[in-house]
Write a protein that binds this ligand. Structure first.
Ligand SMILES: Cc1cc2ncn([C@H]3O[C@H](COP(=O)(O)O)[C@@H](O)[C@H]3O)c2cc1C
Ligand SMILES: O=C(O)c1cccnc1
Length: 348
């Protein structure tokens, strides 16, 4: 994996941004969270006039070997069926992209189906699904590097296309299992606290998922007692998740704003920040969902999600719903008068 040179945004401009925010025609601090989002985006873009040009949503799809163990309510076929559905504009993610003016880019990172007949899907297939991590690593080192590299290339593409902000989503039956294990291993949280119903398991299904994941992590610890972050990433990760990690790191390196979605994308954010902690400064967390463990996962990331709508779809939908709030924060910086121009006396 290449080294990502991510620098924290230069804070020398912070006082000027604060001065501007505090001189807009409003009581100090009265736009609450919008003010901290504006600060974050101004720092990332190093400007007092931030922009959100060409917002782009990257949707990464792949299948997971662990699905073979019956840890999801739906079979893996749903992954490719949904990918095709996205090309027709009928998915949840399509609706939100249209609503908020996001260009949607659909990428096959490793779906277990031939999607060659769909030109709207970019083919970056690494393999037809990962290996089953109950029995060994989900992917090889080479496959992990290739997935990270693909994410990095997608970040470069977004920059070339003039995007200031990107959102990342995923489609991959079984990926809440992989995410739960990443959360537990990388975040040091008891596995049971990290596991939830995913796309809708009932309680016997959930009990089975817990058993399978406990067995898999036990074997993993015996496989390599001193396993590090990259070992964990490749042992349990999906190709779409590892590509998301590469995309988050590549986007942060290129100083793009990164919108983070639900449980799965938060697990990817955790992995990305374990690799390069500075990447955290570029992330905005859109939504805290209903998947068990998401709240704790966001705490690990010191993230305060913008919304809490009880969603648990993934695909990037939670983050996309939060976009109008981010947009308002940026408009505040560009469209609100300061006291002087509004001819209002400032008494504080
Ligand atoms: C029809 C359908 C559409 C989806 N869109 C996203 N997911 C979500 O559910 C999957 C993760 O849950 P699990 O780990 O339980 O399989 C991922 O594909 C995620 O994006 C969906 C799931 C289904 C069934
Ligand atoms: O929060 C999510 O992203 C999520 C939760 C359950 C299933 N799919 C996605």
């Amino acid at each position: 994996m290449r080294k990502f040179n991510i620098e924290r945004p230069d804070r020398r401009i912070e006082d000027s941004i604060r001065h501007k925010i505090d001189n807009l025609n409003k009581p100090k601090g009265s736009l609450g969270r919008l003010e901290s989002i504006a600060m974050q985006i101004c720092l990332i873009e190093q400007t007092l006039h931030p922009t959100l040009h060409k917002p782009q949503h990257i949707l990464l799809g792949a299948d997971h070997g662990i699905e073979r163990e019956g840890v999801s309510v739906s079979p893996r076929e749903v992954t490719w069926q949904q990918m095709v559905n996205f090309t027709k504009g009928g998915g949840g993610v399509n609706m939100f992209c249209r609503q908020h003016g996001f260009k949607l880019h659909i990428v096959d990172m490793g779906v277990d189906h031939d999607l060659g007949g769909y030109p709207a899907i970019t083919d970056r297939k690494i393999a037809r699904g990962t290996a089953d991590f109950l029995y060994g690593p989900a992917m090889s080192l080479e496959q992990m590097d290739k997935a990270v590299e693909t994410g990095d290339e997608l970040a470069a593409m977004c920059l070339d296309e003039g995007s200031d902000i990107i959102c990342i989503g995923e489609m991959g039956i079984g990926n809440t299992s992989a995410s739960s294990v990443w959360m537990s291993e990388l975040g040091g949280v008891a596995l049971d606290e990290c596991i939830g119903a995913g796309a809708g398991l009932d309680s016997p299904g959930l009990a089975h998922k817990r058993k399978v994941l406990a067995e898999a992590t036990g074997r993993y610890h015996r496989w390599k007692p001193d396993a590090g972050v990259t070992d964990c990433i490749r042992y349990f990760g999906g190709f779409e998740m590892v590509a998301a990690v590469g995309l988050m790191l590549g986007a942060a390196e290129r100083r793009l704003v990164v919108m983070v979605d639900g449980f799965i994308m938060s697990a990817c954010a955790l992995a990305a920040t374990k690799l390069v902690p500075e990447a955290r400064d570029y992330m905005i967390f859109g939504h805290q969902g209903d998947e068990n463990g998401h709240r704790r996962l966001l705490q690990l990331l010191h993230a305060e999600p913008l919304l809490q709508l009880g969603m648990r779809l993934g695909e990037g939908t939670g983050a996309l719903c939060a976009f109008p709030i981010i947009d308002s924060a940026v408009r505040m910086m560009n469209e609100m008068n300061d006291f002087e121009h509004a001819n209002i006396t400032k008494y504080f």
